[in-house]
Design a protein around this ligand. Structure first.
Ligand SMILES: Nc1ncnc2c1ncn2[C@@H]1O[C@H](COP(=O)(O)OP(=O)(O)OP(=O)(O)O)[C@@H](O)[C@H]1O
Ligand SMILES: [Mg+2]
Length: 269
């Protein structure tokens, strides 16, 4: 459980960037954190991970105030994938990069190898295990960040813009894997994204930040009903949601939308 209680935050010498944010994310939720550039998404999740601390208010993880915690104290509970993959790379090979967090745990070499291989496989990176991580493409580096987080088996995953730089197939592979983790293992997924289709398809609840205010906290389905005007928050309805609203078809994928259209066509005959 991740809770923010009346959280305010400003970077050093800067203007306040989060204003009185209160929200509670239960174990096993799949949540999208949305908002325009600079709305405060990354900042809010940095507070969840104790990378920064609120100026006032508090953040609780599993009921404990984390004001005295450092990120390392939460590493077992929360996996965090940074928006900028280069910030996270510390090791000389892809394998070691994923093994990095595991080496601080008392695990056998064999066990570490197994966990790393599973995580690399899940992110489609097995063939790159021995190469220098910085030579990966941007999209591959995003998946490497996810693999490193997965290897630690955290109960919560915070994923900052991980679908950037991925092609459609890679995006789907990644998201389906995360969906499986969420539905089968009840891992909490917090997905920061500018991709409204991804948010609509893969999350049940959404939080929307606008200029550091929490302006929406509710069902993703309700946010993306195809009708609501999201422009004032700097967001747009996903095209399929818009089309769905026009045709009365609630589809998350193009194929399902086409099927719905065909059915409607057949009914009309
Ligand atoms: N290290 C920093 N020092 C000072 N100000 C910062 C810092 N990081 C972010 N900010 C400012 O805080 C505000 C919130 O930024 P944040 O990165 O949390 O937004 P975001 O919603 O993640 O945006 P994006 O979608 O572009 O990633 C912005 O005004 C930004 O300029
Ligand atoms: Mg950000």
């Amino acid at each position: 459980m991740i809770e923010a209680q009346e959280v305010n935050f400003a970077y050093r010498r800067g203007e306040p960037v989060l204003h009185d944010i209160s929200c509670s994310i239960a174990d096993g939720e799949s949540l999208a954190l949305l908002g325009h550039n600079g709305s405060g998404k990354t900042t809010l999740t940095r507070l969840f991970m104790a990378l920064d601390h609120p100026r006032s208010g508090q953040v609780l993880i599993d009921g404990n105030n984390i004001e005295k915690c450092e990120p390392a104290d939460l590493a077992d509970k929360i996996g965090y994938v940074f928006q900028n993959p280069d910030l996270q790379i510390l090791e000389d090979t892809v394998f070691d990069e994923v093994a990095y967090g595991l080496k601080n745990k008392e695990l056998s070499e064999e066990n570490i190898k197994h966990q790393v291989e599973l995580a690399l496989e899940a992110m489609g990176l097995s063939e790159f295990a021995d190469i220098y991580p910085r030579s990966l493409s941007f999209g591959q580096k995003r998946r490497l960040g996810v693999a490193a987080a997965l290897a630690l088996n955290p109960r919560n995953l915070i994923l900052d813009e991980i679908t950037n730089g991925q092609d459609e197939q890679e995006k789907e592979m990644m998201m389906n894997y995360l969906k499986k983790l969420n539905t089968e293992k009840h891992i909490t997924i917090i997905l920061i994204t500018h991709d409204m289709e991804i948010a609509r398809k893969y999350t049940k609840r959404s939080l929307v930040l606008f200029d550091g205010d929490l302006v929406f906290d509710g069902a993703t389905e309700k946010l993306f009903d195809g009708i609501k005007d999201l422009a004032p928050w700097g967001l747009t309805q996903p095209p399929l949601a818009k089309l769905g609203a026009v045709f009365g078809i609630n589809a998350l994928e193009t194929a399902a939308f086409c099927n719905g259209l065909e059915l409607k066509g057949a009914e009309a005959k």
